[in-house]
Design a protein around this ligand. Structure first.
Ligand code: HEM
Length: 420
């Protein structure tokens, strides 16, 4: 049995932060390690980085990999919220995940599609009046309107900007990878403000003082009972209610990346306009190609084996998300942006994993993946077909060494006009 190759060093966290999305791939190459290598992170903890399709299969095997208790505390306090679904396991997880997934009805998804389409249409006049539009910022505001409406949450127009900014601060907090980072306090404060606002609406709904429509997230979460017949504590309920639309707002990052891809591959605009399936393929490729979630943590649930290596119970496992989607043995010519690769994709739950993999109901795979694709499809169709715009000189660099990934300029457009 061969030994696992090691990235030496007492704590490589700084190196991970310095190389960002490229750390895992660079390190595998440097060590000549195919699918697994050892490193030390987050205060010197031993971790095994696993990469590729087989690694994703291991990571999403609930008998072999445990997820609860593995997310860095700082990230839970900022990004997900204390007690959030991401931190649960076993029966509790499956019970609560069913609540999230019960929102993904055909009707609710159709409503989301219409909300997205209508909000972009309604926004055209505003963008026509503006000298320049920063798409990162514009789409976060628009998606905050879409997300709160879809969730049935009351968000007056004058509060939208504030909610969008607070959400962005929380989302940006994974920049610290769970270590001390500048902005931690600001992020915790942003979370507290949004939790307060949502908890109030949960309480009001339960008291019958406000009436969100049945089927919306606010209604369903406020009235939900767990498998023991207990309602959720109102704070926890606010936290998980936020988990139905805070990540929706994060789609602004994919929107900016999508417009960058359209700018760099102008032919894709025509294809989106002429082929009804192209917006889907294009959106999938944007989620695969551009940097968002770098990796995910877990630990060995029991003594396990991976590719002939023994892994002891409780060993930290890190699934290489970005690197897996950029491997040529997972996606052919992985470093090329090529939406057509999704023409005959087999839909494997272990290769296209920008929002996690495995099963929606029993694993921690993102509950909002279908929502993300729908929002991307409608947004890309709008920018390709409904308006014209110019892309001025700007810094379009996407620095893969920096987590989270973003376009330096945010992606700026100008001279917006409705297509006639
Ligand atoms: C989980 C990414 C959009 C709700 C996750 C996970 C990732 C992720 C990586 C964890 C997977 C794992 O631990 O195995 C993203 C990205 C999004 C996005 C990159 C788009 C920018 C959404 C949306 C929703 C959502 C629109 C709205 C419902 C959730 C929930 C979980 C989750 C509730 C926890 C699932 C669980 O623990 O079982 N997401 N997500 N996400 N996501 Fe998303």
């Amino acid at each position: 049995m061969s030994t696992i190759k090691k990235h030496k060093g007492l704590d490589n966290t700084l190196k991970v932060m310095k190389e960002g999305y490229l750390y895992t791939t660079n390190q595998r190459r440097r060590l000549g390690a195919e699918n697994i290598f050892e490193t030390r992170v987050l205060g010197g903890k031993r971790a095994l980085v696993i990469s590729g399709k087989k690694a994703a299969e291991l990571f999403y095997d609930n008998d072999k990999t445990e997820r609860s208790g593995t997310l860095p505390k700082r990230l839970v306090n900022t990004l997900f919220g204390k007690g959030a679904i991401h931190t649960t396991t076993g029966k509790k997880h499956i019970d609560r995940k069913a609540l999230f997934m019960s929102l993904m009805t055909e009707g609710n998804l159709k409503h989301l599609r219409e909300l997205t389409r209508n909000h972009w249409y309604m926004n055209t006049h505003r963008m026509e009046q503006m000298d320049q539009i920063n798409i990162y910022r514009e789409s976060i505001i628009l998606l905050t309107k879409v997300g709160t409406k879809w969730a049935g949450v009351q968000a007056p127009e004058e509060k939208i900007e504030e909610i969008a900014t607070d959400m962005d601060i929380m989302i940006d907090s994974f920049r610290g990878l769970g270590t001390a980072f500048k902005g931690y306090k600001e992020s915790v404060a942003a979370r507290r403000r949004v939790e307060d606002w949502l908890e109030d609406q949960i309480i009001q709904t339960r008291k019958g003082k406000i009436f969100p429509p049945e089927g919306t997230a606010l209604y369903e979460f406020a009235h939900w009972e767990d498998y023991k017949g207990n309602p959720m504590d109102s704070r926890l309920c606010a936290i998980d209610l936020m988990n139905t639309f805070r990540p929706l707002i994060a789609i602004n990052r994919f929107v900016s990346f999508g417009l960058l891809a359209m700018h760099e591959h102008p032919i894709s605009k025509e294809k989106i306009n002429n082929d009804p399936d192209y917006a889907y393929m294009f959106s999938q490729e944007v989620r695969r190609f551009y940097p968002f979630v770098p990796f995910l943590p877990g630990k060995a649930k029991t003594d396990i084996q991976f590719e002939g290596h023994d892994i002891e119970k409780d060993t930290m496992l890190v699934l290489d998300i970005y690197g897996t989607m950029h491997r040529d043995d997972v996606f052919e010519n992985a470093d090329e942006f090529h939406p057509e690769r999704f023409l005959d994709w087999d839909g494997s739950p272990f290769d296209l994993i920008p929002q996690g993999g495995g099963d929606y109901y029993t694993n921690h795979r993102c509950a909002g993946e279908w929502m993300t694709i729908i929002i991307m499809e409608e947004t890309m169709k709008y920018f390709a077909g409904k308006i014209t715009y110019d892309v001025p000189e700007q810094d379009l660099t996407v620095d893969l060494n920096s987590i989270p990934g973003y376009i330096k300029s945010g992606f700026i457009i100008e001279n917006v006009a409705e297509k006639v």
